[in-house]
Ligand binder design. Structure first.
Ligand code: PBG
Length: 325
């Protein structure tokens, strides 16, 4: 059947019809809200990420309350420690900022919130790289030990899941093994599997003070030119025991998400990163785009491309707007 019998506009003629045939829908339970927590005495704005703050632990609990009231049920935590060193020891210290935050949030919110710490060393190392260094390069296998320590430390503090973002080879299997040995065999791992060496992390690095002191992350994060390799990374992480795999950043890599969806049946997450957030905010503040509609459109584009879970700094504002409408 073709035109004039077929008229695709028929099902677009009213909003009830459009909703009935909508193929994808974003729900608050799909969202993870990333938050920064600081050891400074006061919370502070992040100039490159309007609306996002570095929170003290008290303010982190308040902001989590706001998230929960809006229906957002998961938060990701990034720590900003006062002291950094070569080995990133504050990442796995029992009284480190992330471990303390997890305990405080758990006390405040009980089991009504999923607490998902990002596991990486770059916010904690003096040189800003995601592992330990030898001759100016990140040493893979020695780094695994430290990532495993951080993972177990966060598990003991009460994390609901852990999310390694370092891009070392073999980390998922290594961390899985460490968690199991420590008695956390039921704690899920969300792997940042296809994480690209991206300029879209710029505002995050300002927020977390994690810009590498020298060089870049290209020897461990992926080349943006590579799609097949991203699928290999995902396949490796699944083999090593990942429960959820992630593609990051989001918008420039929707093709990877779609291909991963076609090739696997594991839950898929996408990270709508800081630079993607800041571009929307800046254009909206200039009056060039309608923020509400743009955010709706980009969140549904992640679902359409195959994501089950979306990490986004827009999460709570989006959920609050939806509650109001
Ligand atoms: C830590 C980490 C980064 C992001 C998430 N985890 C920074 C990086 O790899 O440089 C970026 C998140 C964002 O830009 O919103 N390795």
């Amino acid at each position: 059947m073709a035109f004039p019998q077929t008229r695709l506009r028929r099902l677009r003629s009213t909003s009830l019809l459009r909703d009935m045939v909508a193929e994808n829908v974003v729900s608050t339970s799909d969202l993870i809200y990333p938050m920064f927590v600081t050891e400074e005495g006061q919370s502070s704005d992040i100039s490159s990420m309007p609306g996002i703050r570095r929170h003290t632990i008290d303010d982190l609990c308040k902001e989590t309350d706001r998230a929960m009231a809006a229906g957002v049920k998961a938060v990701m935590l990034f720590g900003i420690p006062n002291a950094k060193d070569d080995l990133g020891t504050q990442a796995y210290a029992t009284d480190g900022i992330v471990a303390k935050s997890i305990r405080a949030l758990r006390r405040a919110a009980g089991n009504d919130i999923l607490i998902i710490p990002d596991v990486c060393l770059c916010e904690y190392t003096s040189h800003g790289h995601c592992g330990t260094l030898r001759d100016g390069d990140v040493v893979n296998d020695a780094t695994l030990e430290l990532l495993a320590r951080a993972s177990v430390c966060y598990a003991e503090a009460g994390a609901s899941m852990i999310a390694p973002s370092d891009m070392m080879d073999g980390r998922i299997g290594f961390i899985r093994n460490a968690l199991d040995t420590a008695g956390f065999e039921n704690l899920p791992i969300m792997a940042y599997s296809a994480k690209f060496a991206s300029a879209f992390y710029g505002p995050f690095r300002e927020a977390a003070g994690s810009t590498p002191e020298f060089g870049d992350r290209k020897s461990y994060q992926m080349n943006p030119a590579n799609g097949n390799e991203a699928l290999r990374e995902i396949a490796e992480d699944i083999k090593e025991g990942a429960d959820i795999v992630m593609v990051k950043p989001g918008l420039p890599y929707l093709d990877i998400l779609r291909e991963a969806r076609n090739q696997t049946n594991i839950p898929l997450a996408v990270y709508n990163v800081s630079g993607e957030y800041s571009m929307v905010k800046a254009a909206a503040q200039a009056g060039w785009i309608d923020e509400t509609r743009v955010v709706d459109e980009l969140l549904v584009s992640f679902k359409r491309a195959g994501a089950d879970i979306i990490l986004t700094y827009h999460a709570v504002d989006w959920a609050e707007r939806r509650q109001r409408s």
